[in-house]
Design a protein around this ligand. Structure first.
Ligand SMILES: [Zn+2]
Ligand SMILES: [Zn+2]
Length: 55
């Protein structure tokens, strides 16, 4: 399972799921694998910063 990591404190949370699959990053948003027309949300924030997908 993918994780989002906070660049400030290192906190890790699970990547949000949409339509049964993990969402992916497009620009500054998280987008459903079905496309942005299905589901999109701003990147999760932690410590006032956008979290990053852990590789
Ligand atoms: Zn979806
Ligand atoms: Zn944090």
């Amino acid at each position: 399972m993918g994780k989002l990591v906070c660049p400030m404190c290192g906190e890790e949370v699970a990547v949000p799921v949409h339509c049964g699959q993990e969402m992916h990053k497009e620009g500054d948003q998280l987008v459903c694998w079905m496309g942005a027309g299905c589901g999109a949300q701003p990147m999760v924030e932690h410590c006032g910063q956008a979290m990053e997908i852990k590789e």
